[in-house]
Ligand binder design. Structure first.
Ligand code: 5GP
Ligand code: MG
Length: 189
């Protein structure tokens, strides 16, 4: 796995520091709120697990499973396979947590669904933000890092289902990306 990596963008210790800083901001923002964190799977599982353990405030946890079919490195059609029930979101302050904000279609669609289930507020929180790729009207309310238009893996992010377990965020070697660009991975989040 490591031999497929071209370069590390964010090391384990940089991720720890960034999550700590973010958790501090979220703690201030949501003190006294009825917070429900909705982790968008699969990509945000590692980030969300690290993040929520650094929030010293009451909160509930939910999951959304959104799957985008694309050519492996870009997202296109979105389908939502799992989403919290109305009872879990009604009257709550919802924080949508995802790995990366790219075109914005995923979080934009999920935000609409969250509000439709009665949430009082909905904000977005991402590990990575690629503002240059945005097509939907949405911004990250909270984010750790802004990156250029490049395809990254690790710390939850996959390529064709693999590399989620890398403990850092990295770029893959061009040969690895070229290897399976032809077939859509159909991986959730
Ligand atoms: P959006 O709907 O914002 O275009 O796409 C968000 C989803 O696309 C992310 O949750 C992630 O699954 C996928 N995605 C976007 N950019 C990248 C990337 O650089 N690397 C990986 N592994 N997935 C990405
Ligand atoms: Mg993905």
């Amino acid at each position: 796995m490591q031999q497929d990596v071209e370069r590390i963008l964010f090391s384990e210790s940089e991720l720890v520091d960034a999550v700590e800083l973010l958790a501090g901001n979220l703690t201030e923002a949501y003190r006294g709120s009825d917070l429900t964190v909705v982790s968008v799977l699969k990509g945000s599982c590692v980030f969300a697990a690290d993040l929520i353990r650094r929030l010293p405030i009451p909160m509930e946890l939910g999951f959304a499973v959104a799957e985008s079919y694309g050519d492996g490195t870009t997202s296109s059609e979105l389908s939502v396979h799992h989403f919290p029930a109305r009872e879990e979101l009604d009257g709550r302050d919802v924080l949508l947590v995802d790995d990366i904000l790219d075109s914005g279609r995923t979080l934009s669609a999920l935000r609409t669904r969250v509000l439709a289930r009665g949430a009082v507020s909905v904000r977005t929180c991402v590990l990575l933000d690629k503002p240059s790729r945005r097509s939907a009207e949405i911004e990250a309310d909270f984010r750790c890092f802004e990156i250029d238009d490049l395809f990254v893996v690790g710390y939850g992010l996959d390529f064709a289902g693999r590399y989620r377990n890398l403990p850092y965020v990295a770029e893959l070697r061009a040969e690895v990306l070229a290897g399976s660009l032809a077939s859509g991975s159909g991986e959730a989040g």
